[in-house]
Design a binder for this molecule. Structure first.
Ligand SMILES: [Zn+2]
Length: 305
Protein backbone atom coordinates (compact mmCIF):
# COMPACT_ATOMS: atom_id res chain seq x y z
CA UNK A 1 0.00 0.00 0.00
CA UNK A 2 3.07 2.29 0.29
CA UNK A 3 2.70 2.90 -3.45
CA UNK A 4 -0.81 4.22 -2.99
CA UNK A 5 0.33 6.69 -0.34
CA UNK A 6 3.22 7.79 -2.57
CA UNK A 7 0.77 8.28 -5.41
CA UNK A 8 -1.59 10.33 -3.26
CA UNK A 9 1.28 12.53 -2.13
CA UNK A 10 2.54 13.12 -5.67
CA UNK A 11 -0.77 13.86 -7.40
CA UNK A 12 -1.15 17.51 -8.29
CA UNK A 13 -3.17 19.60 -5.86
CA UNK A 14 -6.85 19.35 -6.62
CA UNK A 15 -6.37 16.36 -8.90
CA UNK A 16 -9.69 14.62 -9.36
CA UNK A 17 -7.82 11.33 -8.99
CA UNK A 18 -7.08 11.99 -5.31
CA UNK A 19 -10.55 10.98 -4.13
CA UNK A 20 -10.42 7.87 -6.28
CA UNK A 21 -7.06 6.82 -4.82
CA UNK A 22 -8.27 7.54 -1.27
CA UNK A 23 -11.21 5.25 -1.98
CA UNK A 24 -8.83 2.57 -3.32
CA UNK A 25 -6.79 2.79 -0.11
CA UNK A 26 -9.97 2.45 1.92
CA UNK A 27 -10.98 -0.66 -0.06
CA UNK A 28 -7.58 -2.32 0.27
CA UNK A 29 -7.64 -1.60 3.98
CA UNK A 30 -11.15 -3.02 4.34
CA UNK A 31 -10.09 -6.10 2.38
CA UNK A 32 -7.19 -6.76 4.73
CA UNK A 33 -9.44 -6.35 7.79
CA UNK A 34 -11.94 -8.78 6.22
CA UNK A 35 -9.24 -11.39 5.63
CA UNK A 36 -8.12 -11.05 9.23
CA UNK A 37 -11.70 -11.61 10.45
CA UNK A 38 -11.92 -14.82 8.41
CA UNK A 39 -8.60 -16.09 9.73
CA UNK A 40 -9.51 -15.16 13.30
CA UNK A 41 -12.89 -16.89 13.09
CA UNK A 42 -11.37 -20.06 11.59
CA UNK A 43 -9.60 -20.62 14.91
CA UNK A 44 -12.98 -21.99 16.06
CA UNK A 45 -12.95 -24.62 13.33
CA UNK A 46 -12.86 -28.21 14.56
CA UNK A 47 -13.13 -31.11 12.14
CA UNK A 48 -13.02 -34.85 12.80
CA UNK A 49 -9.94 -35.17 10.59
CA UNK A 50 -6.70 -33.30 10.10
CA UNK A 51 -6.67 -29.88 8.45
CA UNK A 52 -4.42 -26.86 7.98
CA UNK A 53 -5.39 -23.21 7.45
CA UNK A 54 -3.31 -20.90 5.28
CA UNK A 55 -4.06 -17.22 4.89
CA UNK A 56 -3.03 -14.72 2.22
CA UNK A 57 -1.64 -17.34 -0.11
CA UNK A 58 0.19 -15.80 -3.07
CA UNK A 59 1.14 -18.46 -5.57
CA UNK A 60 2.58 -18.69 -9.01
CA UNK A 61 2.30 -21.53 -11.52
CA UNK A 62 4.35 -20.79 -14.63
CA UNK A 63 3.08 -17.30 -15.49
CA UNK A 64 -0.19 -17.66 -13.61
CA UNK A 65 -0.28 -15.66 -10.38
CA UNK A 66 -3.00 -15.69 -7.76
CA UNK A 67 -3.59 -14.21 -4.34
CA UNK A 68 -5.96 -16.41 -2.37
CA UNK A 69 -7.37 -14.99 0.86
CA UNK A 70 -7.63 -18.25 2.71
CA UNK A 71 -7.17 -21.97 2.12
CA UNK A 72 -8.45 -24.71 4.38
CA UNK A 73 -6.66 -27.89 3.36
CA UNK A 74 -8.30 -30.91 4.98
CA UNK A 75 -7.81 -34.67 4.80
CA UNK A 76 -10.85 -34.80 2.49
CA UNK A 77 -10.75 -31.66 0.36
CA UNK A 78 -9.23 -28.26 -0.19
CA UNK A 79 -11.53 -25.30 0.49
CA UNK A 80 -10.81 -21.88 -1.05
CA UNK A 81 -12.30 -18.99 0.91
CA UNK A 82 -12.54 -15.55 -0.67
CA UNK A 83 -13.46 -12.77 1.69
CA UNK A 84 -15.30 -9.64 0.62
CA UNK A 85 -15.64 -6.74 3.00
CA UNK A 86 -18.51 -4.82 1.43
CA UNK A 87 -21.22 -3.11 3.42
CA UNK A 88 -24.72 -2.34 2.26
CA UNK A 89 -27.46 -4.38 0.63
CA UNK A 90 -25.98 -6.85 -1.83
CA UNK A 91 -27.62 -8.19 -4.94
CA UNK A 92 -26.35 -10.96 -7.19
CA UNK A 93 -28.10 -10.97 -10.51
CA UNK A 94 -27.29 -14.33 -12.01
CA UNK A 95 -28.97 -13.78 -15.32
CA UNK A 96 -26.78 -10.78 -16.06
CA UNK A 97 -23.74 -12.05 -14.13
CA UNK A 98 -23.88 -8.83 -12.18
CA UNK A 99 -23.17 -8.01 -8.60
CA UNK A 100 -24.04 -4.67 -7.07
CA UNK A 101 -24.64 -3.04 -3.76
CA UNK A 102 -27.27 -0.59 -2.76
CA UNK A 103 -26.53 1.90 -0.02
CA UNK A 104 -28.43 5.11 0.76
CA UNK A 105 -30.39 4.73 -2.45
CA UNK A 106 -27.33 4.44 -4.69
CA UNK A 107 -26.52 1.32 -6.65
CA UNK A 108 -22.83 0.59 -7.14
CA UNK A 109 -21.65 -2.22 -9.41
CA UNK A 110 -18.91 -4.40 -7.94
CA UNK A 111 -16.79 -7.00 -9.68
CA UNK A 112 -18.47 -10.35 -9.19
CA UNK A 113 -16.58 -12.47 -6.62
CA UNK A 114 -17.84 -15.62 -8.34
CA UNK A 115 -15.31 -15.30 -11.15
CA UNK A 116 -12.44 -14.78 -8.75
CA UNK A 117 -13.53 -17.80 -6.71
CA UNK A 118 -13.80 -20.00 -9.82
CA UNK A 119 -10.40 -18.84 -11.03
CA UNK A 120 -8.84 -19.70 -7.69
CA UNK A 121 -10.53 -23.10 -7.52
CA UNK A 122 -9.25 -23.81 -11.03
CA UNK A 123 -5.80 -22.69 -9.99
CA UNK A 124 -5.72 -24.95 -6.92
CA UNK A 125 -6.89 -27.96 -8.97
CA UNK A 126 -4.07 -27.36 -11.37
CA UNK A 127 -1.64 -26.69 -8.53
CA UNK A 128 -2.44 -30.02 -6.83
CA UNK A 129 -2.88 -32.04 -10.04
CA UNK A 130 0.58 -33.60 -10.05
CA UNK A 131 1.07 -34.28 -6.36
CA UNK A 132 -2.49 -34.75 -5.04
CA UNK A 133 -4.76 -35.53 -8.00
CA UNK A 134 -7.42 -37.05 -5.73
CA UNK A 135 -7.76 -33.85 -3.69
CA UNK A 136 -11.17 -32.28 -4.31
CA UNK A 137 -11.12 -28.49 -4.52
CA UNK A 138 -14.14 -26.44 -3.63
CA UNK A 139 -14.77 -23.01 -2.14
CA UNK A 140 -17.02 -20.21 -0.99
CA UNK A 141 -17.20 -16.44 -0.84
CA UNK A 142 -17.41 -15.04 2.69
CA UNK A 143 -19.00 -11.64 3.22
CA UNK A 144 -17.16 -10.13 6.17
CA UNK A 145 -18.67 -6.66 6.62
CA UNK A 146 -20.67 -6.34 9.82
CA UNK A 147 -23.28 -4.25 8.06
CA UNK A 148 -24.00 -6.21 4.95
CA UNK A 149 -27.24 -7.86 3.94
CA UNK A 150 -27.39 -10.33 1.12
CA UNK A 151 -30.69 -9.47 -0.52
CA UNK A 152 -30.45 -11.65 -3.57
CA UNK A 153 -28.27 -14.71 -3.36
CA UNK A 154 -26.77 -16.68 -6.23
CA UNK A 155 -27.98 -20.27 -6.47
CA UNK A 156 -25.10 -21.94 -8.25
CA UNK A 157 -22.29 -21.12 -5.85
CA UNK A 158 -21.77 -20.61 -2.16
CA UNK A 159 -21.76 -17.23 -0.54
CA UNK A 160 -21.98 -16.96 3.22
CA UNK A 161 -21.75 -14.41 5.94
CA UNK A 162 -18.85 -14.52 8.34
CA UNK A 163 -21.01 -15.58 11.28
CA UNK A 164 -22.08 -18.81 9.56
CA UNK A 165 -18.70 -19.57 7.97
CA UNK A 166 -17.45 -22.14 10.49
CA UNK A 167 -20.72 -24.11 10.27
CA UNK A 168 -20.65 -23.93 6.46
CA UNK A 169 -17.04 -25.03 6.18
CA UNK A 170 -17.83 -27.93 8.51
CA UNK A 171 -20.78 -28.89 6.27
CA UNK A 172 -18.62 -28.75 3.16
CA UNK A 173 -16.09 -30.97 4.89
CA UNK A 174 -18.69 -33.44 6.16
CA UNK A 175 -20.20 -33.85 2.70
CA UNK A 176 -16.82 -34.42 1.04
CA UNK A 177 -16.67 -38.19 1.36
CA UNK A 178 -13.99 -40.07 3.22
CA UNK A 179 -10.56 -39.00 4.34
CA UNK A 180 -7.80 -39.76 1.86
CA UNK A 181 -4.90 -37.75 3.25
CA UNK A 182 -2.84 -38.04 6.40
CA UNK A 183 -1.64 -35.14 8.49
CA UNK A 184 1.85 -35.65 7.05
CA UNK A 185 0.48 -35.30 3.54
CA UNK A 186 -1.18 -32.04 4.50
CA UNK A 187 2.22 -30.83 5.67
CA UNK A 188 3.57 -31.74 2.24
CA UNK A 189 0.88 -29.51 0.71
CA UNK A 190 1.90 -26.78 3.15
CA UNK A 191 5.49 -27.11 2.00
CA UNK A 192 4.43 -26.93 -1.65
CA UNK A 193 2.50 -23.74 -0.92
CA UNK A 194 5.55 -22.28 0.77
CA UNK A 195 7.88 -23.25 -2.09
CA UNK A 196 5.67 -21.71 -4.76
CA UNK A 197 4.93 -18.55 -2.86
CA UNK A 198 5.39 -15.40 -4.91
CA UNK A 199 5.20 -11.95 -3.38
CA UNK A 200 2.20 -10.02 -4.60
CA UNK A 201 3.38 -6.89 -6.33
CA UNK A 202 1.50 -4.16 -8.08
CA UNK A 203 2.81 -3.05 -11.46
CA UNK A 204 3.84 0.64 -11.34
CA UNK A 205 0.64 2.37 -10.26
CA UNK A 206 0.50 4.89 -13.13
CA UNK A 207 0.39 1.90 -15.44
CA UNK A 208 -2.06 0.02 -13.22
CA UNK A 209 -4.50 2.92 -13.03
CA UNK A 210 -3.62 4.34 -16.45
CA UNK A 211 -2.56 7.67 -15.01
CA UNK A 212 -0.62 9.99 -17.27
CA UNK A 213 2.90 10.56 -15.89
CA UNK A 214 2.31 14.30 -16.25
CA UNK A 215 -0.16 14.06 -13.35
CA UNK A 216 2.71 13.15 -11.04
CA UNK A 217 4.63 15.89 -9.24
CA UNK A 218 8.39 15.69 -9.56
CA UNK A 219 11.10 16.32 -7.01
CA UNK A 220 12.79 14.93 -3.93
CA UNK A 221 10.69 15.01 -0.77
CA UNK A 222 12.01 16.74 2.33
CA UNK A 223 12.10 14.19 5.19
CA UNK A 224 11.49 17.08 7.58
CA UNK A 225 8.49 18.97 6.24
CA UNK A 226 7.38 16.77 3.33
CA UNK A 227 7.67 19.47 0.68
CA UNK A 228 8.75 18.22 -2.76
CA UNK A 229 11.66 19.82 -4.60
CA UNK A 230 14.79 19.66 -2.44
CA UNK A 231 17.84 21.13 -4.14
CA UNK A 232 21.08 19.24 -4.61
CA UNK A 233 23.94 21.36 -3.38
CA UNK A 234 27.33 19.67 -3.31
CA UNK A 235 26.87 16.28 -1.72
CA UNK A 236 23.63 16.93 0.06
CA UNK A 237 20.02 17.88 -0.47
CA UNK A 238 18.61 21.07 1.01
CA UNK A 239 14.93 21.80 1.50
CA UNK A 240 13.83 25.03 -0.15
CA UNK A 241 11.11 25.39 2.44
CA UNK A 242 12.60 24.50 5.86
CA UNK A 243 16.33 24.35 5.01
CA UNK A 244 16.71 20.81 6.30
CA UNK A 245 19.66 18.97 4.83
CA UNK A 246 19.77 15.29 3.98
CA UNK A 247 22.35 13.39 1.93
CA UNK A 248 20.10 10.46 1.03
CA UNK A 249 16.73 12.07 0.35
CA UNK A 250 16.83 10.93 -3.31
CA UNK A 251 16.53 7.28 -2.28
CA UNK A 252 12.90 7.71 -1.31
CA UNK A 253 12.25 9.48 -4.62
CA UNK A 254 13.72 6.54 -6.54
CA UNK A 255 11.49 4.20 -4.53
CA UNK A 256 8.52 6.36 -5.51
CA UNK A 257 9.65 6.23 -9.13
CA UNK A 258 9.66 2.43 -9.10
CA UNK A 259 6.28 2.25 -7.36
CA UNK A 260 4.60 4.80 -9.60
CA UNK A 261 6.24 5.22 -12.98
CA UNK A 262 8.43 2.34 -14.08
CA UNK A 263 10.35 -0.57 -12.60
CA UNK A 264 13.51 0.60 -14.36
CA UNK A 265 15.17 3.99 -14.23
CA UNK A 266 17.77 5.63 -16.46
CA UNK A 267 20.10 8.50 -15.64
CA UNK A 268 17.83 10.81 -17.64
CA UNK A 269 14.69 9.61 -15.81
CA UNK A 270 16.46 10.14 -12.50
CA UNK A 271 17.49 13.70 -13.37
CA UNK A 272 14.00 14.59 -14.49
CA UNK A 273 12.26 13.00 -11.50
CA UNK A 274 14.69 14.28 -8.86
CA UNK A 275 15.24 17.59 -10.66
CA UNK A 276 19.02 17.32 -10.88
CA UNK A 277 20.97 18.78 -13.78
CA UNK A 278 24.33 17.07 -13.58
CA UNK A 279 24.64 13.73 -15.34
CA UNK A 280 27.65 12.95 -13.16
CA UNK A 281 25.94 13.70 -9.87
CA UNK A 282 22.98 11.57 -11.00
CA UNK A 283 25.30 8.77 -12.03
CA UNK A 284 27.07 8.86 -8.65
CA UNK A 285 23.82 8.80 -6.72
CA UNK A 286 22.41 5.92 -8.78
CA UNK A 287 25.69 4.03 -8.52
CA UNK A 288 25.74 4.40 -4.74
CA UNK A 289 22.25 3.03 -4.31
CA UNK A 290 21.67 -0.64 -3.82
CA UNK A 291 20.37 -1.12 -7.37
CA UNK A 292 21.03 -3.58 -10.15
CA UNK A 293 22.73 -1.96 -13.15
CA UNK A 294 21.89 -3.21 -16.66
CA UNK A 295 23.59 -2.32 -19.92
CA UNK A 296 21.73 -2.96 -23.16
CA UNK A 297 22.73 -1.59 -26.56
CA UNK A 298 24.73 1.34 -25.21
CA UNK A 299 21.94 2.22 -22.78
CA UNK A 300 22.22 1.87 -19.05
CA UNK A 301 19.33 1.49 -16.66
CA UNK A 302 18.82 0.42 -13.08
CA UNK A 303 16.29 -1.83 -11.39
CA UNK A 304 15.66 -2.93 -7.83
CA UNK A 305 17.80 -5.90 -6.82
ZN1 LIG B 1 11.62 20.80 4.49
Amino acid sequence: MSGHFALLKRLRDGSELSDFIREEIRKIDAGVRGEERVFERLKELRLVGAFRVFSDVCLVLDEWKVQIDCLVVTDRCCIVLESKNISGRLYFNEELDEFYKEENGTETPISNPYFQLMRHIRFMKEFLRKTHPQMKVTGAVIMTAKSCRIMQKPTHYSIYKLESMVERVTQIYNSSGVASFSGEELDVVGKLLEENRSPFEYPPLCEYYRINASEIRLGVECPGCGVLGMRRTGKTWTCTSCNKRDRNAHKKAVDDYFLLINNRITNRDFRKFCMVESIYAASRMLGNMDLQMHKAGGKTYYTKK
